[in-house]
Design a protein around this ligand. Structure first.
Ligand code: TYD
Ligand code: MG
Length: 451
């Protein structure tokens, strides 16, 4: 009878030890160790290996059609132009954000091209999936469903159905009975994912693994899960907003940091191809504190509205509340405004918000945030046909930004007329006749010119 021993495994990096420790020596995180039971390896039973001889690089034949388009343009784009045969994609996101919905829609797109898909659900019943499918109008005969958690059985199903697309919803719900630890533990998740990926590579079918996220927003389970797969996608968005952003954080077959924007409608996710038009409301004139910025998300420019509200503080400690931008960045901008532009904000509460639930985390938005705060502080509105671009230095200087041309082209496309730009970017800018460009080299100069 094999004796089980106990090991402690880090949930974040997979580091193991046989003594409990409060802090992981692998990644230095506190409180990340969990207890797992493991069976000693039976060394007298020799494993059977499938020995494949090395082949010459030039002799390797690629499958005739390497990528399959889903014809959901936003989805194809973040994957680098369609789903690669034999690739493994991990898709994470908070519960209810739309992972299962999106993947069922992708199955439908595959089935329309006469490809088989196998949807393995570990959390919902097949009847629940059917209800969702009816709602989405997914009615194909090429989609197979199975509610199963045992990985050995799932592997058999995959071999039998031989689908082109496999969906595992979710990888944390699967378990391998030979392992003693319970589903969702590091060793279970790693082992199940590994076996599924190996099989999908062998059969050249693409596999999507749904991954739960922790409170901090990272995929639960070992970091190695992200190393095992070819692509990692994260679904972002506020639950109460209908917009969802799918972001590629790792992609072996395409660009990273590319985003796809979707809207959750009553019959599923609908792609949004012109995000600027959605995030900007052009029906009203901007009030003081509102500024439009041109930011880069992945490879494309997008216009979003940043709002600031400055009010006198009723309590001793002034409050700073931000949403959609980095809190530390706003604190720095406030310090620069006070020191370099003479705006005394110490006795005021400052609120900064990005409209539409979008997150803007690039330095090119600094000047716009600063101007929004100054505009609210002085109660002078910025003309609604103006875009502001520029990074702020601690000395109050306005620095040039990357991908300048894409930013101003997007502004011109949406009919804006004035752009406030950093002096550093003047040389590289191509002339756009419909735009009047105002160069600035410091924050004080920008405030002087526009509010
Ligand atoms: P779901 O795909 O089940 O989320 P996840 O798999 O990430 O947990 O999405 C569930 C949410 O989406 C739920 O709040 C209802 C909403 N929804 C719609 O608004 N329209 C639809 O057509 C569908 C299927 C779901
Ligand atoms: Mg789900």
């Amino acid at each position: 009878m094999a004796k089980f021993s106990t090991v402690f495994v880090c949930q974040l990096c997979g580091w193991k030890t046989n003594k409990w420790v409060g802090r992981c020596s692998g990644c230095d995180e506190w409180d990340s160790m969990t207890e797992e039971k493991c069976e000693p390896r039976l060394t007298h039973i020799l494993p059977e290996y499938d020995i494949e001889s090395p082949v010459c690089l030039s002799d390797i034949k690629l499958v005739s059609k390497l990528r399959t388009h889903t014809y959901v343009e936003e989805f194809d784009r973040i994957l680098g132009g369609g789903i690669v045969a034999g690739s493994a994609v991990l898709i994470g996101g908070t519960p209810g954000i739309g992972k299962s919905t999106l993947l069922l829609q992708v199955c439908q797109k595959f089935s329309e091209q006469d490809y088989l898909s196998l949807y393995v659900t570990g959390e919902e019943s097949t009847a629940q999936i059917k209800l969702r499918a009816d709602r989405l109008g997914v009615t194909s005969n090429n989609i197979f469903l199975v509610a199963e958690n045992n990985i050995n059985v799932i592997l058999e199903h995959i071999k039998k159905v031989n689908p082109k697309l496999i969906i595992i919803d979710s990888v944390q719900a699967m378990f391998k009975p030979e392992l003693e630890s319970s589903p969702g533990t590091v060793s279970q998740v790693r082992q199940c994912a590994n076996e599924l990926i190996q099989l999908s590579k062998k059969t050249e079918s693409s596999i999507f693994l749904v991954g739960h996220v922790t409170k901090e927003g990272t995929i639960a389970g070992p970091k190695v899960l992200e190393h095992l797969v070819d692509t990692v996608l994260y679904f972002e968005g506020e639950k109460f907003m209908s917009f969802r952003i799918l972001r590629a954080v790792k992609n072996r077959f395409g660009p990273t940091n590319e985003i796809g924007i979707f809207e959750m409608c009553k019959n599923g996710l609908r792609e949004v191809q012109d995000p600027s038009a959605i995030f900007l409301s052009r029906t009203h004139n901007l009030s003081s504190g509102s500024v439009i910025i041109s930011c880069i998300e992945g490879t494309r420019a997008m216009l979003v509205e940043v709002q600031a509200l400055v009010t006198s503080s009723s309590f001793g400690m002034p409050g700073r509340k931000v949403s959609g931008v980095d809190h530390n960045r706003v604190t720095m901008i406030l310090a620069v405004l006070e020191k370099r532009a003479g705006l005394l904000l110490g006795g005021h509460d400052v609120f900064v918000n990005v409209v539409g639930g979008v997150k803007v985390d690039e330095p090119a938005a600094d000047l716009a945030i600063a101007i929004a705060i100054a505009s609210s502080f002085k109660d002078i509105a910025i003309p609604s046909n103006t875009i502001i671009i520029g990074e702020l230095g601690l000395g109050g200087e306005v620095r040039g930004v990357s991908q300048f041309d894409s930013r101003i082209k997007e502004a011109a496309r949406l009919g804006f007329e004035n752009v406030i730009i950093p002096k550093d970017n003047t040389k590289e800018s191509s002339r756009i006749l419909s735009l009047t460009m105002t160069e600035v080299s410091s924050l004080a100069e920008a405030i002087d010119k526009i509010c």
